[in-house]
Design a protein around this ligand. Sequence first.
Ligand SMILES: Cc1cc2nc3c(=O)[nH]c(=O)nc-3n(C[C@H](O)[C@H](O)[C@H](O)COP(=O)(O)O)c2cc1C
Ligand SMILES: C=C(O[C@@H]1CC(C(=O)O)=C[C@@H](OP(=O)(O)O)[C@H]1O)C(=O)O
Length: 389
Amino acid sequence: MVLRYLTAGESHGPALLTIVEGIPAGLWLTADYIDRQLARRQGGYGRGGRQRIEEDRVEILSGVRGGYTLGSPIALKISNRDWANWREVMGPDPEARLDERVVTRPRPGHADLAGMLKYGHRDLRNVLERASARETAARVAAGTVARRLLEELGIEVAGQVLRIGPVEVPPFDAPPEEIRGKVEKSPVYCADKAGSEAMVAAIDRAREEGDSLGGVFEVRVYGVPPGIGSYVHWDRRLDGRLAQAVMSIQAIKGVEIGMGFRAASLPGSAVQDEIFYAPGRGFYRERNNAGGLEGGVTNGEPIVIRAAMKPIPTLRRPLKSIDIFTKERVEAAYERSDICAVPAACVIAEAVVAWEVARACLEKFGGDSLAEIKEALERLQERVRRVTR
Ligand SMILES: Cc1cc2nc3c(=O)[nH]c(=O)nc-3n(C[C@H](O)[C@H](O)[C@H](O)COP(=O)(O)O)c2cc1C
Ligand SMILES: C=C(O[C@@H]1CC(C(=O)O)=C[C@@H](OP(=O)(O)O)[C@H]1O)C(=O)O
């Protein structure tokens, strides 16, 4: 079974669309379940005016009947409320007013200039509409379908923010429900209360200064059986696939697994996780510097993946740029913007990580119905028990 999805939609167009294919039949899936993740993605302290306009809700257009998936493609639609303000400018018909709201001052750090040079656009709006992270609402919808499937297999995902600008906290190491409990109480999705307050203050300072902030978040996946992913070929290594999925989120500039970059400065004895064995428990480790992955294969420990997000490119106090027509030195375009979207990016990363883990699980377990997949998982677990007994 191949799990795949495509998304479509411009930021100020009528809607965002996703078609998810390869989800087995018999999975309980409701719009409410997806909407909870969409709401989390819209949240987090530091978001701009757009989120006061949008109230993301998914419409399930196919592939689900009476709450259960059919095994057929699942089409999902999220309408853009802002479309009402952009209909005349963004419409597909020849009457659209293309001479209005033209963007000619590329923002350093956004896709504006590179996209113009690539596609030959003369209005940077034609670049930013699709480069925008608005598209991640569709990715979260698709990833949340995968997350529902993982739940049925006993696999859970939990994310937390570790840094915003200069404020850093250590990861909260706990079972997923405890991480989620603490993170839900934080305006910046950070498990540390004092850290959250300092992060909010840092965002307020950036807002006053007309600036923006980035940060770091961590996503963990608990309950993953050993043996997911493969070392036999570069594009089957799950560490590489997860890194690609997370790096593809707008403004993510660094990804690490387990100990990550810190491992480069330490000797092997301080990095590699020694192997232990106890009857009944089987093989185990006393630490998880590997982040649950060795050779691109899950080893039974939780997957731990961290990412660094750069600060938002659009600034109220704009950086210098060049007008693409006059070639004059100008200030980059500014209408409105997020100041910090690290909490939102953490939710997006949870979704894309869930997607990639689910895809690798289906490659391992196959099956067209949830029942078949669960049987294959039980067979693997039984085999692991036999080997480790
Ligand atoms: C959730 C989220 C919200 C974002 N909001 C904004 C924004 O309001 N303004 C902006 O200029 N960039 C925003 N970005 C970042 C840009 O989309 C991103 O920097 C741009 O597409 C260029 O891609 P790159 O930074 O990956 O090179 C956001 C990113 C994410 C993940
Ligand atoms: C719309 C979303 O994020 C947008 C991502 C974004 C960008 O350039 O990436 C720019 C902003 O769009 P606008 O100019 O319409 O305010 C953000 O609001 C969203 O996350 O739902």
